[in-house]
Design a protein around this ligand. Structure first.
Ligand code: AMP
Length: 421
């Protein structure tokens, strides 16, 4: 026997039993997105590497060590997208979406790729669902996009097990003054910091607040708060966001240490976490990115967005609402006589085109085995076809729930089954 090929480490097969859960989530999501007037966008899976280096940031974990990059035949460096905000913004600029309307509200869903250490809830190919609102600088937009994710959680029935952490990193002036204040505070402790944090001291000191190293955390807990360095307009923006969230009854906690891993954030940043998950408890992260469109060559257009991990959302849904085993099959055609088998595809085709979910046997199995298969697929009915039935233009319709069986004309099968729904 040939050697079996295994799947790549850190990626998943989504099998049919799980796919129905995905479809449920996708249906909920697309309905909520439509209610909030967000349109779907489907950018490509790979982009020029440069796009991520310039947007996500050279010094982030993603760009410095997690990207799947390769050269194509022309020698251009390409990367499987590790996130999609950069791709959406690239597409927004390239397709002049600004001309269509001053605020573009977009959502997406699809696989992302990061070479992280796999564990429960952390994969190398994982799916993200995300939303971006490009064009409005105002706090109403921040609140709307947060409320959008909250609505999805509510529709999925998991809002109560999720908490929202929020912070503001202010505009670039505020960030600059905080950066200086933080460096002044950390300088005397520089030698005690972890190696990564020492490196970030110059390149990206805010990320030190994100450090998980116990000693770093001990030092950081007395660090100045970013809130104290926000200028008046940044404070005003942030306070309006908090006020509107309160008014909308969306619970939140302010988290002074929340900085998030990507470079492009300004003003409001937020994260949703769930206590139904283990170590990888973040189910959604996002924030405002007022400078990104300009930095990627577009106009000076403000924006805000979030991204959520679908596998993690489903882990929470599964933990709170175990899958119900409902029947997805209406009818199984059981062919009793050998010479009738050739009619089966034609009969089942008619039923399928009339909207029934039905199946039949293509292995030429015995009647007993066909009934067993109907049972395995949890069909609600079996339509048994023997020579007598065929000559009279009927099937024996067996209702598995009640055990009843009666002869039904071919052209009344669909109607009969629909009456039982
Ligand atoms: P980020 O783009 O890092 O802000 O991540 C946004 C969301 O995507 C997180 O809150 C997670 O729910 C999810 N996520 C990020 N990385 C992974 C991963 N490696 N595996 C599974 N989900 C992930």
């Amino acid at each position: 026997m040939s050697e079996k090929i295994q799947r790549v480490k850190g990626v998943n097969d989504i099998l049919p039993v799980e796919a129905s859960r995905w479809q449920y989530l996708e249906t909920v999501v697309s309905q909520v997105m439509a209610r909030f007037a967000y349109g779907e966008i489907r950018p490509p899976i790979f982009e020029k590497t440069e796009l991520f280096a310039r947007s996500v940031g050279e010094d982030t974990d993603i760009v410095s060590k997690e990207m799947y990059s390769f050269q194509d035949m022309s020698g251009t460096s390409l990367t499987l997208r590790p996130e999609l905000t950069a791709g959406v913004v690239r597409s927004y600029i390239q397709n002049n979406l600004q001309q269509i309307s001053p605020v573009q509200k977009l959502w997406y869903e699809g696989p992302m790729f990061r070479q992280e250490r796999p564990q429960k809830g952390r994969y190398r190919q994982f799916w993200q669902l995300g939303a971006e609102a490009i064009g409005s600088p105002n706090p109403e937009q921040d609140v709307e996009i947060i409320a959008l994710f909250h609505a999805i959680l509510q529709e999925l029935g998991i809002a109560d097990s999720v908490s929202l952490k929020i912070n503001s990193v202010g505009d670039s002036e505020s960030r600059q003054s905080y950066r200086t204040a933080l460096q002044d505070f950390l300088r005397p402790h520089l030698n005690e910091l972890s190696e990564t944090s020492q490196h970030r001291f110059e390149t990206n000191p805010l990320r030190i607040l994100d450090s998980k190293a116990p000693n770093d955390r001990e030092i950081i807990k007395d660090a100045p708060k970013i809130r104290d360095c926000l200028n008046a307009s940044s404070v005003d923006h942030y306070e309006q966001v908090l006020q509107m969230l309160t008014e909308m009854n969306i619970p939140f906690v302010q988290d002074d240490l929340l900085v998030r891993g990507l470079d492009y954030y300004t003003h409001t940043i937020f994260e949703f976490t769930s206590d139904a998950l283990g170590a990888q408890d973040a189910i959604c992260g996002g924030g405002r990115y007022n400078d990104l469109v300009k930095e990627l060559g577009g106009n000076d257009v403000p924006a805000i967005g979030w991204a959520s991990g679908i596998e993690r959302l489903l882990l929470v849904v599964d933990a709170l609402k175990p899958a119900e085993s409902s029947s997805t099959m209406d009818l199984f055609l059981v062919v009793q006589a050998e010479e009738l088998r050739a009619h089966a595809p034609g009969i089942i085709q008619k039923w399928r085109m009339a909207g029934l979910r039905c199946d039949f046997d293509t292995l030429k199995r015995s009647m007993k085995a066909q009934l067993r298969e109907a049972n395995r697929q949890r069909a609600r009915f079996a339509a048994i076809l023997g020579n007598d039935e065929y000559s009279q233009g009927v099937v024996q319709l067996k209702n598995f729930e009640t055990g009843e069986q009666s002869a039904i004309a071919f052209d009344r099968v669909v109607e009969t089954i629909n009456n039982y729904r």
